[in-house]
Every structure is written in C-alpha cells, then in structure tokens.
Design a protein around this ligand. Structure first.
Ligand SMILES: C[S@@+](CC[C@H](N)C(=O)[O-])C[C@H]1O[C@@H](n2cnc3c(N)ncnc32)[C@H](O)[C@@H]1O
Length: 211
C-alpha cells in the first residue's frame, strides 16, 4: 500500500545515484550530507533489520558493513534488480511499508528518504503495525523530510519556486511530506518514544523506541 509513487522510480533508477551525489542542482539541499545521514540511520539500527524502500541499496550497504542481518523490502522491480545485482550479500524482496513478510523477526525497522510516500493516515497505520512486530526496546529509525509546521513547508516551497526548482516543487506538492508535530503524535500514539534530530535543511532523523 502507498504504492502510488513507485513508477516514478522506473525512470529515476538510472540517475538516482547521480542525484544523491549532489549532481542534480534541484535536489542538492535535500541530499546534502547524504552519506552521513545514511550512516546515522545505520548507527542507530539494531540487528536483525528490515529496511523499507531500499532503492539503489546505499543504506543497505552501510547496514551490511556493520555485519547486520538485513531484509530489504522494495516495491519497485527496477530498483530491486539493480540492488540485487549490486549487493550479492543482500536479498531485496517485493513489499512496502504496510505489506511485507510478517514472518521476519526484526529488532529494528529502518528507512531513508521514503516514508513520505505514505499519507499521514497510512503512516499511523504503519507505526501501529510496527508496534505489534517489534519487541519492547525495538526501534524504528527513519530519515526523511519533515517540516516544523505547514507554514514552514509553504515557505520552503515558495523559496524553491523562486529559484526555479520546478521538479522539486512538483515533488513537494505531490507527495505526503508531513510536519514534525504530526509525526511525533502518530508515533507516540502507537506506543513509541521518539527523538528527532535535524540532519540538513530538509531531513530529520526519527529514532523511535518501542515502550
Ligand atoms: C527516494 S528513494 C530512496 C531510496 C533509498 N532509501 C535512499 O535513501 O537513497 C524512495 C524509494 O522508496 C520506494 N517506495 C515508494 N513507495 C514505497 C512504499 N509504499 N513502501 C516502500 N517503499 C516505497 C521507491 O520505489 C524508492 O526505491
């Protein structure tokens, strides 16, 4: 579920690693400190790990480098093909944030740059599911774009529009980016304690521990 944006990556798969390296001017601020952001997620994870929305496997690589047992869930077939070819030690299977192999017994659930593909209602549903799946002390560690308020979100959109970043503006209006207060409330209501750390102008690290 929440798969309405999956086909965007049929095309983006070919240039995605260029975008995250800062070669796409429109997305440079979004991916600023990309490697450090992924490392922060990996450092907060606990093995065994389920990773959602693996894309080209850049976070997966960091989790594997720590010696973690990783199950990768990715709904886009082209992304799965690229990453299964690139990372022979990983198995990337079909699934999404809400529908995945529930027989896996993770201690943490991680993701970078993808949770905004779910509506806020779906995000809440996902955290309720994660609370059922994880043991007490288990973690959800997600890095994603968050805004402090709806007004702050509109200010960023207006700024990006003023500097001609039309593709980014379309993305920010199309997908389900949310605010920190909304995210905090839905996480706490599901039975987690959450910490938020800002990592660049767009991205926050969400580190939620199951009570
Ligand atoms: C912007 S990329 C992020 C890739 C990678 N995690 C990274 O940090 O570079 C978003 C990824 O989320 C995947 N995705 C889209 N909808 C999803 C969903 N509902 N559940 C899980 N992953 C989803 C896309 O196919 C894509 O691979």
């Amino acid at each position: 579920m929440g798969r309405e944006f999956v086909t965007i990556f049929d095309e983006w798969v070919h240039t995605y690693d260029d975008s995250v390296s800062g070669n796409d001017a429109e997305y440079r601020d979004v991916f600023f400190k990309y490697e450090e952001i992924l490392q922060a997620v990996a450092d907060a994870a606990i093995s065994p790990v389920i990773e959602f929305g693996v894309g080209t496997g850049n976070l997966t690589e960091k989790l594997l480098a720590k010696g973690y047992e990783v199950a990768g869930i990715e709904p886009n077939a082209a992304m799965r093909e690229v990453t299964n070819e690139k990372l022979k030690d990983a198995t990337i299977i079909d699934g999404d944030f809400l529908e995945f192999d529930l027989s896996l017994q993770p201690k943490s659930l991680v993701c970078s740059y993808a949770f905004h593909h779910l509506t806020d209602a779906e995000k809440a549903e996902a955290f309720k599911l994660y609370a059922e799946l994880l043991p007490a002390g288990g973690r959800v560690v997600f890095a994603d774009t968050l805004f402090l308020s709806k007004e702050a979100q509109q200010e960023v959109i207006d700024f990006e529009k003023s500097r001609g970043h039309d593709n980014l503006v379309e993305d920010l209006n199309r997908e389900y980016y949310t605010t920190l207060p909304v995210m905090k409330e839905l996480i706490e209501q599901a039975g987690f304690t959450a910490e938020f750390t800002q990592l660049n102008n767009y991205v926050w690290l969400i580190n939620a521990t199951k009570n």
